[in-house]
Ligand binder design. Structure first.
Ligand code: LHQ
Length: 259
């Protein structure tokens, strides 16, 4: 349910249930989580690229999995979040390596919000983001209430979540919700080029940069200045920092090892 390749330091994870627009069943949850866990553990992985196969990116939870018409007690969706979505969301945010998301088609419900948890989001111009939850009486999950409110502010976050109106990729880029909308046929080559170039970068410093920017959301300026001091001290002692400065002085391209 998730295709995995490791090329030039880029671990590509492709959600692969195209006939269901890559909606999440248990298998796909576990396979995606295993992929991100590998990215944490495997030093060969220096960037992650998340995308979907077929015409969609991800349509959120597989709604066929729990058909209310079949009767029985209402499912505990809180438990679904605790067991499946939330650990993966936390792993993506905690991973001290860049996570690029190439949204190749519609991203709905939790599918949209997993994309928003990634560090750099590129989307095909034909792709749209739908906070589909309100259509089925649910609330935005998979971190969406947090990321939308932070990225867009309350007015746009509330309107998207209450109306479930699709947001096209170009508008999403204009609003700062994603990094870039690109021509459909250029999406994967651009995303792979970006991920490959980040994977060849100073991984330790990039990881600390990710943490620093995320922590800024809850830190005061004083706390953030202290954190910058601590992480710069660490970055300044890295092999890649020495290599970066040496390469600059020698007017050549740096060769980073990630350490
Ligand atoms: C699907 C799905 C899908 C199953 C398309 N499931 N089959 C929820 C509950 C539990 C715990 C916690 O969290 C959550 C979070 C959530 O994610 S809630 C939101 C769940 N997602 C949705 O409500 C989106 C449902 N899908 C749609 O609204 C549409 O499919 C979109 C707008 C994504 C795409 O529309 P179209 O491009 O017109 O495609 P389609 O609707 O024809 O879908 C293609 C096929 O994929 C179709 O199957 P079929 O056998 O008829 O060809 C759909 O049934 C299937 N599919 N989404 N979530």
């Amino acid at each position: 349910t998730v295709l995995t390749t490791l090329v030039d330091g880029v671990l590509t994870l492709t959600l692969n249930r195209p006939e269901k627009l890559n909606s999440f069943n248990e298998d796909m949850h576990l396979a995606l989580r295993a992929g991100i866990e590998r990215a944490h553990a495997d030093p060969e992985v220096r960037a992650v690229l998340l995308t979907g196969s077929g015409r969609g990116f991800c349509a959120g939870q597989d709604l066929g999995d729990r058909d209310p018409r079949k009767g029985g007690p209402a499912p505990d969706l809180g438990q679904t979040l605790d067991t499946f979505y939330n650990p993966t969301l936390r792993l993506i945010r905690k991973l001290e390596k860049p996570v690029i998301c190439a949204v190749n088609g519609v991203a709905a419900g939790a599918g949209a919000n997993i994309a928003l948890a990634c560090d750099i989001v590129l989307a095909a111009k034909s792709a749209k983001f739908i906070q589909a939850f309100s259509k089925i009486g649910l609330i935005p999950d998979a971190g969406g209430s947090w990321s939308l409110a932070r990225i867009l502010g309350e007015p746009r976050a509330k309107a998207l979540a209450l109306t479930a109106e699709p947001l096209m990729a170009e508008k999403a880029a204009e609003w700062g919700m994603i990094w870039k909308a690109v021509d459909d046929e250029a999406l994967m080559s651009e995303a792979v080029a970006l991920a490959t170039s980040l994977a060849a970068g100073p991984t330790l410093g990039l990881g600390l940069t990710k943490r620093l920017i995320q922590d800024a959301a809850t830190n005061s300026l004083d706390q953030q200045l202290d954190l910058e001091r601590d992480l710069q001290r660490q970055a300044g002692r890295s092999k890649d920092s020495a290599e970066g400065v040496t390469a600059f002085l020698e007017k050549r391209k740096p060769e980073f090892t990630g350490q």
